[in-house]
Design a protein around this ligand. Structure first.
Ligand code: ZN
Length: 156
């Protein structure tokens, strides 16, 4: 399976977030046998939980699936570059590889805003690949925000 295949899967999850009015970001974690062990999409508003990012939900589910707090030999696919919080969780969970779609110049912690994942001296380095289906991933986000601004205007 290609990176694009799994990013499509993450995009499908992101669209689920969109349908419930959450910022459309989706994440999926696979093991080295290409089996899905965790999935998530943004649910911060729904859960009244600022930490309910797609990656955090997928990481929690993956740990429960494999009964281990270390996610060695796994790959995380996420439609948007991880933030500082999620980068921290990626380091703690020892995820082997991170593949993201759109870059996030405001909060991205894989180099766009700050580079936590490659910070010298951290105790775990994940392999990073960015820009997979970046256009689709960022269009989904910009359409969502455009729509939201429009709705706000109509209700003002
Ligand atoms: Zn995050």
């Amino acid at each position: 399976m290609t990176d694009e295949f799994w990013m499509q899967h993450a995009l499908m999850l992101a669209k689920r977030a969109e349908t419930i009015g959450e910022i459309p970001v989706g994440a999926v974690i696979i093991d080295d046998n290409q089996q899905i062990i965790g999935e998530g999409f943004n649910q911060a508003i729904l859960q009244h939980n600022p930490s309910a990012h797609a990656e955090m939900i997928a990481i929690k589910q993956a740990g429960q699936t494999i009964n281990n707090y270390r996610l060695v030999n796994t790959t995380l696919y996420v439609t948007l570059e991880p933030c500082i919080m999620c980068a921290g969780a990626i380091i703690h969970s020892r995820i082997k590889r991170v593949v993201y779609g759109a870059s996030d110049y405001k909060t991205g912690a894989a180099g766009s805003f700050i580079d936590i994942l490659a910070h010298p001296g951290i105790n775990h380095y994940a392999e990073i690949t960015g820009g997979v289906l970046a256009g689709e991933c960022s269009n989904l986000l910009s359409d969502f925000f455009k729509q939201r601004r429009l709705q706000k205007k109509l209700t003002d």
